[in-house]
Write a protein that binds this ligand. Sequence first.
Ligand code: ATP
Ligand code: MG
Length: 398
Amino acid sequence: MTDRVLSGMRPTGALHLGHYHGALKNWVRLQSEMECFYFVADWHALTTHYQSREVIEKNVYEMVIDWLAAGLDPDKCTLFLQSRIPEHAELFTLLAMSTPISWLERVPTYKDQQEKLKEKDLTTYGFLGYPLLQAADILIYKAKHVPVGEDQASHVELTREAARRFNHLYGREPDFDALVQQCLSKLPKDIVKRFEKSRKQFQETGDTKALDGAMGYLQNATELTDKDRERLEGYFKGTGKAVLTEPHALLTEASKLPGLDGVKMSKSYNNTIDMREDKASIDAKVKRMQTDPARIKRTDAGNPDLCPVWQFHLVYSPESTRQWVKTECTRAGIGCLECKQPIIEAIIAEQQPMLERAAPFISNPRLVRDIVDAGTQRARSTAQDTMRDVREAMGLNY
Ligand code: ATP
Ligand code: MG
């Protein structure tokens, strides 16, 4: 089985270049490499839009069209709707029992967003808990990789802690020792001897070489099932069986793309360029985009490091253009409008194939619904498999 990938986006408006370059580009790349699950996070959208749910309804399928326009292929990845898979809520509830409130209170986005979105009352239980719901979203697919923007990294970290705590509390099956002996008996004697030696070394000294070596031969031992491997890994590390998998965040190079005003591009800050925006509007928006604040007159030399437009050159321009910008900006050889022109052209060129890919779905919305229905069915069956393991580990099978 290849590694699993999971990520989601909130259907709260049209997707913008921050979503595309911060996460979606990675989603498209990964769909050909691993087993990918991508979901419409409509419950997460409710955490900030519980008073304006019509926004969500309007954007659920629109957002999936943005994904398809970006190049996601429903034959290569699974696209689904969070609220149709109640198992996410079940795992969230079970994880909540053992998650300290302080873990959630110290997530940086909690205070940040409350301060930035002052017009909304975010002092709700749902808003505090949403990173834990996100942990459930990830853990229920046993995903190893989570392609997201930088603002989400702390949520993936919380997910790792939640998985670790769960495995620690419930990973030890009552007949664990006997099961481990059964797994070991499937392996050649000399391998078992080496395994036991490395295990002792790892547990006494924390030697990661011993760990890497042992994990290497577990991976290659064809006589073991995936469950056997999990058990032996738990036995080796002394942690019991890993019921849930610890994921890690996968960032792009533009993991925090600025908007027109230089702060993070975000629809709530009204500083976005959308993924499907008309040409005149792209032109107008880039032209009014903020530049190095110290460069007031055309004759002042600029500093690309202080200019949000430079971040766009890093995403859009080849080395030769970047060199030209660096040289000419820093000696006032070009004005800001000249510097912006190649970016306007590059964004328009990037969006052309997206508009073409979106067209058939816009004219036939049924296609989009069918894609999401089929994906939701596939995802739900995987989520149900994990919940069986989770209930068994927690002893809820009475
Ligand atoms: P917005 O900030 O526009 O309101 P959102 O926060 O509602 O969007 P999410 O669904 O939380 O959108 O984000 C979807 C993904 O896009 C996440 O992985 C997030 O990290 C990423 N992302 C959003 N904005 C940016 C940005 N400006 N730069 C890089 N990545 C971003
Ligand atoms: Mg966000």
